[in-house]
Each structure stands twice: as structure tokens, then as C-alpha cells.
Design a protein around this ligand. Structure first.
Ligand code: ADP
Ligand code: MG
Length: 225
């Protein structure tokens, strides 16, 4: 499903050159849940952004669902995300002045689908993320846990096969973090391929099958099942 081969990522150049990722090899099977762990600065977010084709590697290649995403031009990169990828960010990246449903609909704006279909898909996604009861409320008035559920509903609205989460519990209390893990478990059981970048120890021992991949200084270290 996801194949990362000898991937490197440099920032800056000359004396300021910084190697954020160095010869990364990683394969994620369809339906697998992989936890990318490692301290802040180890390269987790950089690797996720390459998988999402939000940025391109300096070397190596990334293939997702048979598509060479490491070389996609911008226009194709957004089409690839719209088709294949759902992303949940640490800071949720929601539009505070819009309602929950309006935020959830954003990824479908250029989909060409008709309005009743878009509403139906948004409703299903909000239901799945347990935020349907707040559908018409402005995001600015939601709690942290509710914002997270709204972000999940938005990430799932186009029913992507691959879900990428970056520090999803960093702004959540323990109760909401555990709820988030339940949602991940449901997605895992629904056959989604999931990669979570986190340094939250809650993800080290999940109540379902997952693989922890440790990152350190831009390289992948030990892998535990
Ligand atoms: P993590 O998500 O594990 O905390 P990151 O992938 O965000 O780590 O960052 C890895 C390293 O790359 C850090 O040292 C960070 O400062 C550096 N880095 C990330 N993005 C950039 C950028 N756009 N320009 C320069 N350095 C960057
Ligand atoms: Mg990060």
C-alpha cells in the first residue's frame, strides 16, 4: 500500500544544509496500523508530509497505491490527496468561523458531486466521528476533543484508504486521547491503512494489532510488533 525506498529530505543548502530524513525504507501493508514514534525533531512530520505529497523528497521514492507520489506535480498531488489520503493534524487546522458541517465539507468542494450527495457524505462522516450532534455549531465554540472529532470527520469524508495522523492527541486530555484511540481502532477494523506520528506513550501499547516504528535523527531504528 505504502512503499518508501531510500528516502531522504534535506532542508537548506551549503553550510545550512540539514538532513531531516536519511535513507528511510518503510513498507506499510494495506490495513496495517503503523505508529511512527520518536522524540520531537526526529523527522516524523517530515515523513508524513512526504507520504501525503505535501512536500517532495530530496532523494528516493514513495509509492502509495501504485502511484509514484514522490514526483507528483502540485495539481496531481491535490487530486491524489482528495482520492486516497485523509490527514488529521495536531492543531486540527479547522476554519474556526465555520460550522462543523461546513468544515467537514471542505475536501468535497471541488469534487463535482451534487449537493445532496455532499450533505449525505458529511452526515455519515460526522456520525462516524461522533460529532453529528454539533453539526451546525461554529467550530470556535467547540471543546478540544470536539474539534478533534470534527477534524476526523473532515479527514474521513471522502472515505480515503489511507489515514495519516500527526500528533493527534497532543492537544487532548487523557479521556479524549483514549476516545481517539477507539476511533483509530474502528478505522483499523474497517480496513483502513493508518500511520500515526506521535510521541504519546499511549500509542506504544494499543488494544489492537499495530507496529511501532521508532525514528531518531531522521533514520528508522528498531521496529517492534
Ligand atoms: P518531528 O515531527 O519528529 O518533531 P520534524 O519532521 O517536524 O520532526 O522535523 C525534523 C527536523 O527537520 C527538525 O530538526 C526540524 O527543525 C527540521 N525541519 C522540518 N521542517 C523544516 C523546514 N521547512 N526547514 C528547515 N528545517 C526543517
Ligand atoms: Mg512533528
Amino acid at each position: 500500500m505504502i512503499k518508501i525506498e531510500n528516502v531522504s529530505k534535506n532542508f537548506g543548502e551549503g553550510e545550512k544544509l540539514f538532513q531531516a530524513l536519511r535513507s528511510i525504507d518503510l513498507e506499510v501493508e494495506e490495513g496495517e496500523c503503523v505508529i511512527l514514534s520518536g522524540i520531537s525533531g526526529s523527522g516524523k512530520s517530515t515523513l508524513l508530509s512526504l507520504m501525503a505529497a505535501l512536500d517532495r523528497p530530496s532523494g528516493g521514492k514513495i509509492v502509495v497505491e501504485g502511484e509514484l507520489v514522490s514526483k507528483l506535480p502540485d495539481l496531481h498531488a491535490s487530486a491524489y490527496r482528495a482520492k486516497t489520503i485523509g490527514v488529521v493534524f495536531q492543531h486540527f487546522n479547522l476554519i474556526e468561523s465555520l460550522s462543523v458541517e461546513e468544515n467537514v465539507i471542505v475536501p468535497l468542494i471541488n469534487s463535482g458531486l451534487d449537493i445532496p450527495t455532499i450533505h449525505k457524505m458529511a452526515e455519515q462522516s460526522m456520525q462516524r466521528a461522533s460529532i453529528l450532534h454539533k453539526s451546525s455549531q461554529d467550530v470556535s465554540s467547540l471543546s478540544g476533543g470536539e474539534k478533534q472529532r470534527c477534524a476526523i470527520a473532515r479527514a474521513l469524508v471522502h472515505d480515503p484508504k489511507v489515514i495519516l495522523c500527526d500528533e493527534p492527541t497532543a492537544n487532548l486530555d487523557r479521556e479524549n486521547s483514549l476516545k481517539f484511540i477507539e476511533t483509530i481502532q474502528e478505522l483499523h477494523e474497517a480496513g483502513k491503512t493508518i500511520v500515526v506520528a506521535t510521541h504519546d506513550p499511549l500509542f506504544e501499547t494499543l488494544p489492537f494489532e499495530s507496529r511501532v516504528v521508532h525514528m531518531e535523527d531522521g533514520v528508522i531504528g528498531s521496529i517492534s510488533e
